[in-house]
Design a protein around this ligand. Structure first.
Ligand code: EPU
Length: 420
């Protein structure tokens, strides 16, 4: 077990690079098992969720090798087990992304049904329903989703609500189905487009990824591909908020600013001077205290739920009152009680947090509850007077690689300690 210790009060100033996107690399790794040939995936972040995905694919028999630059080579031709067991699924819900590829390529899959999680109940009914429309027979037995299909067939699927991994699972499954699949009300996240580009590189026929309607013409076989994962817009946004909350200046490189409009608009509204190139962003608060912002989370291109906690932290020390409404997950305010322990003034009313900015926060021992909540606690600790400890940092390691190193490089006083 480890803890992160942060001594607040440093104004951040410096430059760091952004890693590959967690929520793009996970579906891409699972999509590789749709192929008959080797794929090589680069710009892979060193994250616990990547390790879990690789372990899962290795358990199923796929040949996996990882080089010193963390490029992952997957040979799917040896895969001979079709099961994602509870032990792994319970540590990473994204394991549900093996369902579509296994079913499409091998005609069967047994995937443990993910339970609820800290941020909401997160059912997978849309994944199951879409696959059934494509002709799969699906039973839920003993906590497992058991799916079989001779060959999936193309279908018109109208998603009741916008689901990122739901869209990804169905898009992957449809690549090998007989006939054309149309996914309506598809999620439009950049990670969906990235997955589609990888599938296209493997030989899939997909159009419309990144729009509400994705059309997939099934093919008989997919090969492999060499593919570089897109940069992580949520990691990028988190470090920009670190700059903003401390009144500092942060430049991030190897980023994709054109996937971050909603985040950059809110940072500008908070008083940051933002300058962008094709693959870099510089945020400069010029020593000023941020201004409170109001925002509502919603699917892309609106403001991402994965940045809600970080902006809640920003509002805690901002000038004025900010109102944040979470519409994607029903229980994504677990960080509020922890922020209050630092002296934040937050009132929760259902899915809305009313945050009255205070001039200073003071250090306290804190407990992380989920990935983005833990990032928000680290951000708040950067401005809290004294030494804050953040416990249960395994949540952070699921989505931020070398966070202490990156923040240290920007001038933060942060370290990780091992505890018994
Ligand atoms: N939903 C259903 N039924 C379904 C699927 C989703 O009711 O079958 C509901 C969910 O309960 C939720 C809403 O639809 O209320 C949207 O959930 P979505 O399916 O889009 O979420 P997800 O695919 O499980 C991905 C990311 C999350 C991110 C959300 C929203 C991955 C691996 N995970 O989850 O990332 O918050 O989209 O953008 O891509 C994170 O990185 O911290 C994280 C939680």
């Amino acid at each position: 077990m480890a803890k992160i210790l942060i001594n607040g009060g440093q104004t951040l100033d410096g430059e760091i690079w952004i890693s590959g996107a967690k929520n793009a690399v996970l579906p891409i790794l699972f999509a590789s098992i749709l192929g008959t040939k080797i794929s090589r995936i680069s710009n892979v972040p060193h994250l616990q969720d990547v390790t879990t995905s690789v372990e899962l694919m290795a358990q199923m028999g796929a040949g996996i090798s990882i080089d010193e630059r963390l490029r992952i080579e997957i040979n799917p031709s040896l895969l001979n087990r079709h099961e994602a067991p509870y032990d792994l699924v319970k540590t990473m819900r994204a394991s549900i992304l093996v369902l579509g590829p296994l079913l499409a390529r091998h005609g069967r899959a047994t995937v443990s049904l993910p339970g609820g999680c800290a941020i909401g109940s997160r059912p997978v009914n849309l994944h199951i329903h879409g696959l059934e429309l494509m002709g799969a027979d699906i039973q839920v037995k003993n906590g497992n989703i058991e799916a079989t299909a001779k060959r999936l067939k193309g279908a018109r699927i109208l998603m009741d609500l916008v689901s990122v991994t739901g869209t990804e699972n169905l898009m992957m499954a449809a690549t090998l189905a007989a006939g054309t699949t149309v996914i309506e009300n598809a999620a439009r996240e950049p990670e969906i487009e990235d997955l589609a580009n990888y599938l296209i590189a493997m030989g899939a026929k997909i159009s419309g990824a990144g729009t509400h309607t994705i059309i997939i013409e099934g093919v008989d076989e997919l090969g492999g591909a060499d593919y570089e994962v897109l940069p992580d817009r949520i990691e990028a946004g988190t470090y920009l908020v670190a700059g903003a909350i401390t009144g500092g200046r942060v430049k991030i490189t190897r980023a994709r600013p054109n996937t971050m409009d909603a985040i950059l608009d809110k940072l500008a509204e908070a008083g940051a001077k933002i300058t962008c190139g094709d693959d870099w962003i510089e945020l400069d608060m010029q020593g000023r205290r941020p201004k409170a912002v109001n925002l509502t989370t919603a699917p892309y291109p609106a403001f991402p739920t994965d940045m809600q906690a970080q902006f809640t932290a920003l509002n805690c020390i901002a000038e004025g009152t900010g109102v944040i409404t979470e519409t994607v997950f029903e229980n994504r305010f677990m960080h509020v009680q922890e922020l209050q322990r630092l002296g934040a003034d937050i009132q929760l009313e259902g899915n809305t947090a009313i945050i009255r900015g205070v001039e200073k926060l003071t250090a306290a021992p804190l407990m992380a509850t989920d990935l983005r909540a833990s990032a928000c606690l680290v951000l708040a600790a950067l401005v809290a007077k004294g030494e804050t400890s953040v416990d249960r940092v395994y949540h952070i390691d699921r989505g931020y690689e070398i966070i202490e190193e990156k923040l240290s490089q920007l001038g933060a006083k942060i370290k990780r300690i091992q505890i018994a």
